[in-house]
Structure formats: structure tokens, C-alpha cells
Design a protein around this ligand. Structure first.
Ligand code: HEM
Ligand code: HEM
Length: 410
């Protein structure tokens, strides 16, 4: 009887193959798009990380589900095996080099996987950027070469040797699926081509006055004003099917005079204070907050509640433990708009060496290059071991942190 791969292995085989074809087709278009392709970059990165995860699942399945016996010994068997090893290396190497290249880029664009899950940057030195970028492009070509060898081998068996090998990767010996599943690879490649916004010269033709980087927004403005024009121009229709391309989000520098304060109830009373030294790195497009990155570092030795006795206690281990943990940081990738001008960011607060999820809410006011930001966060101090001693028993469990500052677009 004909042995077959498990259904899980078969589904993963064809899903990964099709997604890889999509990736290569989109990847080749990315560089020429630059900032216009922001949402396409996000998609390429999201699908790439999906491939990485599916490949992990596939490798695990490979160890748990029995595979059909090898058909050939000798050099042909060895070649088939090495091509398979190479294909696995391609499935892992392509996403990992992609991830490495975005993690080491000079301008760090945050990645939100399918607009939902922030992808952390790999802790790699900037010096590997060039290598990662070159390998990422090269590995795609190696993958294509291996794919051709792999298909040639499969066809040799299936057709020349007449052993129906390809059915080992087809559910239920279905003749229809024998054609449909390999065709998915072509379809995925074609879909990748189709969703790429029209190349820059075409865009320039529909929006003559625009320079390359601004072509997309201006195009969209024209589309909105003159919808029938979009229906006529094929280049514009292709673009309308994708998300609106957005440039990378702008960076902001915090202006002097800002304030981060905190307040906590204490036995019917309130103790309030502030930090005099802190910095913030903010990259955010208020109209597209999902791509924001916010990093705030607070010098914990700069805390004061305006009372010499209590200020003397804050640095100690019962409260901030500044000797071991002089800085606290808040990091968030991605924010959500909750109402006009109001936002929320779910990030991570690291305080006293302990990292926990933390939400901040803030409002933005003003327009143009200078904006005012003010907001709040509720910090559950016990999570971070702040106030873990005898003098803290009357302190309320939640500390209100407030901030207000002005930021200027860089
Ligand atoms: C999983 C399979 C993947 C494949 C097959 C793939 C394939 C490609 C290809 C063929 C290119 C064009 C390279 C060139 O023109 O030199 C490209 C570009 C790119 N890929 Fe991927 N990619 C994958 C995953 C990823 C992932 C996971 C990320 C990031 C998290 C990523 C980020 C990028 C970036 C940023 C570019 C533009 C490169 C540049 O500006 O030089 N890719 N990809
Ligand atoms: C038309 C395209 C394709 C056909 C007809 C095809 C066919 C097959 C067949 C018949 C097998 C089983 C070989 C055996 O039983 O010894 C197989 C295994 C495999 N294929 Fe494909 N394949 C195609 C595309 C791809 C692509 C694009 C990849 C890229 C990742 C890929 C990766 C693999 C791997 C890694 C295995 C080994 C599975 C294992 O034993 O762990 N294939 N393929």
C-alpha cells in the first residue's frame, strides 16, 4: 500500500510552500517602494513570522508523526535528503535573516504582526545589518534553486519512474488536489504581484506634481476627490485594494518643562511627588498610532515627594531600590486611538528590575510640529515590590502616575 505523509504534514507542506512564494513575490517589490510600502512591509514581515512559526510546528510534527519510508538509497536518496535539509534551512533562514535585518536597521520601524502583536527587535549589533540584508536576498535565490531541484526530483519519480511519489504529499490520492495544491504556489506568487502598489513611474503619471515619497498620500487625496478617476486608472485600482500606504511614523523630541508625577493614598491622606530627570523617545504618527514606539526612561534617584524624611526613604530597598535599579523604563510598540485625540498604549514597565504589562492613556492636542501630551497610568506597586516593608502598610495598592509635556517633531 502507498504510504503517505500525515495530513498535518501535508497541510503544512503546501501552506508553507504557497506562503513562501507570496513572500518572494512581495519581497522583490519592497525595496523600490520605500516609505510608500509601509503597510506592505508590515504584511511581508507578518507573513514571514507566520512561516517561521509554521516551520517550527512542522519540525515538531516531523518527530512525532511517522513519515513514509525512503524510496531510494544511494546518491539519489542522499540528494533528496539534502535538498529537504536545504529547504528546511530556507524556511528558517529566510524569516530569521529578515527579522535580523529589521532589528538592526538604522531607522527602527516597529512591526505589528497582522496589526495586532508587536514583534520585538532581536538583540543584535548594528554591525550585522549588511550581512543580514544580503543573506535575506540571497537565501530567496537559494530557496528557488532548491525548489527547482525538489520539483525535478518529484517529477522524475512521479512521471519517469511512474511511482506516483507526489501522491505522498496529496491527501486521499486526489487527482484534483494533485493539480490544485502545486498550483497554489503559482497563485500565491501572482497574488503577491497583484497587491504591490503600482511602481513609482506609474504613480507619477497619475499624480504628476508629486515627488516619489509623497506620491501615495497625494494619490489617495485625488482618489477621494475624484472617485471615477480611480475606477478608470488600473494603477489606482491596484492601489485601492491594498491598505492606504503610509510613510514611516515621525519621531518627536520632548521639550524642556515636562513633568512626570505620582500620587498614592496613605491612610486618608495623599503622598504626591515627581521625578525631575527622565527622557522619552517617541515615534508616532497620530493618525496611525499602531506603528508607534514609545520608550520612557526615568531616573529613579530623581524622585522627590517634597519631604526630606520621606525622600530619604525612597531610594532604599523598601521602595525603589535605586542602588541595584537606578532607572525605570516604560516601552510600548503600538498605541490605539480610543476617541479623537485620545490614545491608549499597552506596554511593559520595568521597575526595580521587574517587567510587567502596563497600560498608559494619554491625550494629544495641538496640530503641526508641536503637540501637547498629557496622560495617566495606574501602577500596582506590589507587582514591582515597591513598598514591601513595615512603613508601607498604610499605602494604597495603586499609584497614580501622571505626565504632561510638549513634544516637537524632529
Ligand atoms: C519567510 C520567508 C521570507 C522570504 C522568502 C522573504 C523574501 C524576501 C525577498 C526575496 C526580499 C527581496 C530582497 C531583495 O530584493 O534583495 C525581501 C525583502 C525584505 N524582507 Fe523578507 N522574506 C521573508 C521573511 C521576512 C521577515 C520575517 C522579515 C522581517 C521581520 C522580512 C523583512 C524584509 C525586509 C525589511 C525586506 C526589504 C529589504 C531591503 O530593504 O533590503 N522578510 N524578503
Ligand atoms: C510543485 C511543488 C512541490 C511538489 C510537487 C512537492 C512534492 C513533494 C513530495 C512528493 C515530497 C515527499 C518526498 C518523499 O516522500 O520522499 C515532498 C517533501 C518535502 N517538500 Fe515538497 N513539493 C513542492 C514544493 C515544495 C516547496 C516550495 C518546499 C519549500 C519549502 C517544499 C519542501 C519540502 C520538504 C522540506 C519536504 C520533506 C518533508 C520531510 O520528509 O520532512 N516542497 N515535497
Amino acid at each position: 500500500m502507498m504510504q503517505r505523509y500525515s495530513l498535518t504534514a501535508i497541510i503544512l507542506h503546501w501552506a508553507i510552500a504557497a506562503l513562501l512564494a507570496f513572500q518572494i513575490s512581495v519581497g522583490w517589490a519592497l525595496e523600490s517602494l520605500g516609505a510608500r510600502g509601509f503597510s506592505l512591509y508590515q504584511l511581508h514581515k507578518s507573513v514571514g513570522i507566520t512561516i517561521l512559526l509554521l516551520t517550527f510546528v512542522r519540525i515538531v510534527v516531523r518527530f512525532y508523526k511517522p513519515r513514509p519510508a525512503k524510496l531510494e538509497r544511494g546518491w539519489q536518496g542522499a540528494l533528496a535528503l539534502w535538498v529537504h535539509v536545504g529547504l528546511y534551512a530556507f524556511m528558517l533562514g529566510a524569516p530569521l535573516t529578515g527579522w535580523a535585518l529589521v532589528s538592526t536597521a538604522k531607522v527602527k520601524v516597529p512591526t505589528l504582526i497582522f496589526g495586532l502583536i508587536p514583534l520585538p527587535h532581536l538583540p543584535l549589533p548594528a554591525s550585522v545589518h549588511g550581512l543580514a540584508e544580503n543573506s535575506h536576498g540571497l537565501i530567496a535565490w537559494l530557496g528557488i534553486a532548491l525548489f527547482l531541484l525538489h520539483v525535478a526530483g518529484a517529477l522524475r519519480h512521479h512521471v519517469l519512474m511512474g511511482d506516483g511519489l507526489i501522491y505522498r504529499m496529496i491527501p486521499g490520492r486526489s487527482r484534483v488536489l494533485l493539480f490544485v495544491l502545486p498550483a497554489l504556489i503559482l497563485v500565491a506568487f501572482a497574488v503577491g504581484r497583484m497587491i504591490v502598489p503600482a511602481a513609482a513611474p506609474d504613480a507619477a503619471a497619475t499624480a504628476p506634481a508629486a515627488d516619489e515619497d509623497e506620491a501615495a498620500p497625494i494619490d489617495n487625496a485625488t482618489n477621494a476627490a475624484v472617485p471615477e478617476q480611480a475606477a478608470n486608472a488600473t494603477t489606482n485600482t491596484a492601489e485601492a485594494e491594498t491598505e492606504t500606504p503610509v510613510g514611516p511614523p515621525p519621531a518627536w523630541s520632548v521639550q524642556p518643562g515636562g513633568k512626570i508625577g505620582f500620587a498614592v493614598g496613605n491612610d486618608g491622606d495623599t503622598i504626591s511627588g515627581s521625578f525631575s530627570r527622565w527622557t522619552a523617545d517617541i515615534v508616532m504618527d497620530p493618525d496611525h498610532p499602531d506603528s508607534a514606539t514609545i520608550t520612557v526612561s526615568i531616573d529613579m534617584t530623581s524622585a522627590s515627594v517634597g519631604d526630606a524624611y520621606k525622600d530619604g526613604m525612597l531610594p532604599g530597598d523598601e521602595f525603589f531600590g535605586v542602588a541595584a535599579h537606578p532607572t525605570a523604563t516604560f516601552k510600548a510598540t503600538g498605541a490605539q486611538q480610543t476617541a479623537p485625540g485620545r490614545y491608549r498604549a499597552d506596554g511593559t514597565l520595568t521597575l526595580k528590575g521587574i517587567s510587567k504589562p502596563q497600560r498608559i492613556s494619554f491625550t494629544l492636542s495641538g496640530t503641526g510640529k508641536t503637540r501637547s501630551i498629557s496622560g495617566t497610568a495606574r501602577v500596582t506597586r506590589a507587582l514591582f515590590g515597591v513598598g514591601n516593608g513595615d512603613s508601607s502598610t498604610s499605602l494604597a495598592p495603586s499609584v497614580a502616575v501622571t505626565f504632561a509635556f510638549k513634544a516637537k517633531q524632529k
